[in-house]
Design a protein around this ligand. Structure first.
Ligand code: ADE
Ligand code: ZN
Length: 339
């Protein structure tokens, strides 16, 4: 019997996704489904009207609508369905492992409990594991809220530490330096959690230094502004510090006028440890395979470099060495019809 297989292309190369906000996978269609399910009134008449709002000028203009849309997420089932949809998308993107950010403060403030959030997300993570896609959850603190709120959030998460692999720092960056969160990151690391932080997305290189020196992070999320500081570039190279770069996000939020102006080639030429990621794919025009395709088509990144970026994603993950090695060898054996 003849067997047919969809053509594999380089963007479907096996990879890990390390910078993905689960709330940023809330597609406009799902906003409407969940609004109906939970009886939440929406200020838009249609999916198209909502999608038409997705014209951002900077990070804050995106965050305003990102937080507003979360009002439809209420029950454990909602969080499960959100994560399930993303983890099914992983299959179409070559993603074998995902480290998924979530923003509990944005839900706690609306009366949704920590067990509801973590219960729903982790049920979907367990189901994906049975299909061969591994995933972990990273609890992000909102940096535009007080450090005490982050500390309270961590205390609420302590009964569920077996369902969380790490902590992160996100939301509006400029004016909210990492150093305000030194104590809560220290406590998280004492609890055995891994640490990452958004830094150098819109903020200055000094925020990247602080994330490294004060928060003790093991990856920098974005980090594109590190190029403004040659001493920082030298340090990131020497420490092989991963930067989880999100090209389509950077273009949609105005860091670059278009993909051809993105500094990914400079980051690679500097010998930095870069991974490619989608950040908030429901808002920025594509999932991680689309980011791979965009830098190939828009920046001339070679297939060899895309292989390197995929390999980096496994190395920079928080997987144990056995699964890392298995995924590394799957990547080494992988070939696509196009190559
Ligand atoms: N939360 C969701 N997406 C984000 C981003 N790109 N930067 C900071 N916080 C975020
Ligand atoms: Zn992000």
């Amino acid at each position: 019997m003849a067997r047919y297989r969809a053509a594999m292309r380089i963007q479907h190369i096996p990879k890990a996704e390390l910078h993905l906000h689960i709330e940023g996978t809330l597609e406009p269609e799902m906003v409407f489904v969940l609004a109906r399910r939970n009886d939440v009134p929406l200020p838009y008449a249609s999916v198209d009207e909502l999608r038409a709002k997705y014209r951002f000028t900077d990070l804050q203009s995106f965050l305003d609508i990102y937080y507003a849309n979360m009002a439809v997420l209420h029950t454990e089932r909602d969080f499960h369905d959100l994560a399930e949809a993303y983890l099914l998308e992983c299959d179409r993107n070559g993603v074998r492992h995902a480290e998924i950010f979530f923003d509990p403060q944005a839900h706690l403030d609306r009366g949704v409990s920590m067990p509801t959030i973590i219960g729903g997300l982790s049920a979907a993570v367990d189901e994906a594991g049975e299909r061969g896609v591994s995933a972990g959850l990273i609890l992000c603190f909102l940096r535009d809220q007080p450090a005490e709120a982050a500390e309270h959030t961590l205390r609420l998460a302590e009964p569920y530490l077996d369902r969380i692999i790490g902590v992160g720092l996100d939301s509006a960056e400029v004016g909210h330096p990492p150093s305000s969160f030194t104590d809560v990151f220290r406590r998280a690391r004492e609890l055995g959690l891994r640490a990452v932080a958004h830094a150098g997305e819109e903020g200055p290189p000094s925020y990247v230094w602080e994330a490294l020196d004060e928060l003790g992070v093991e990856r920098i999320d974005h980090g594109i502004r590190a190029l403004d500081d040659p001493d920082l570039v030298a340090r990131l190279r020497a420490e092989r510090m991963p930067l989880t770069v999100c090209p389509l996000s950077n273009v949609r939020l105005g860091s670059f006028p278009d993909i051809s102006a993105h500094t990914l080639p400079r980051l690679l030429n500097e010998g930095l440890m870069v991974t490619l990621n989608s950040d908030d794919p429901a808002y920025f025009g594509g999932y991680v395979a689309d980011n791979f395709a965009a830098v190939r088509d828009g920046l001339g990144v070679s297939d060899e470099q895309l292989r390197q970026l995929a390999g980096n994603s496994f190395d920079a993950s928080f997987l144990d060495s056995e699964r890392k090695a298995r995924l590394r060898s799957e990547l080494a054996d992988w070939s696509c019809d196009e190559e």
